[in-house]
Design a protein around this ligand. Structure first.
Ligand code: CA
Ligand code: CA
Ligand code: CA
Length: 126
């Protein structure tokens, strides 16, 4: 019975092309996603960034930013996720988000070290 259901689901997805879990940026919700991502308490932001829509946003940005985000020598190969700095740039690009980031967002680029080596990858090289 289980198996039948699984097959049914696969067939439905195949026929309609509808992906069950695709809550990421769709164009129309970019403004809301960007605004939510960069607003709220630091703790709250850290939590919600694990939620599917924000993970999808990080993926979308990470796989289209021309950078090797995960440092494995391949660029935009499909499994990369951008960090807050990359998402900030993406959200401030009128091509992605004409309305900009709403609210009172925190610029991750102005948090701490702004001297010189702002390569934008999330640590690792010390
Ligand atoms: Ca990579
Ligand atoms: Ca990338
Ligand atoms: Ca990779």
């Amino acid at each position: 019975m289980r198996k039948l259901l699984a097959i049914f689901v696969i067939v439905v997805i195949g026929v309609t092309g509808y992906a069950v879990a695709d809550p990421g940026p769709s164009g129309s919700n970019n403004h809301g996603l960007c605004t939510a991502y960069f607003n709220g308490s630091e703790n709250g932001q850290a939590h919600k960034r694990n939620a599917p829509p924000f993970v999808a946003l990080a993926r979308e940005v990470g796989n289209s930013d021309g950078m090797d985000n995960d440092g494995d020598g391949q660029t935009d190969e499909g499994d990369e996720m951008a960090g807050p700095e990359g998402i900030w740039d993406w959200c401030n690009d009128p091509a992605n988000n004409p309305k900009g980031i709403g609210g009172n967002p925190d610029d991750p680029n102005q948090d701490g070290d702004t001297s010189g080596n702002s390569a934008g990858h999330g640590g690792g090289k010390k």
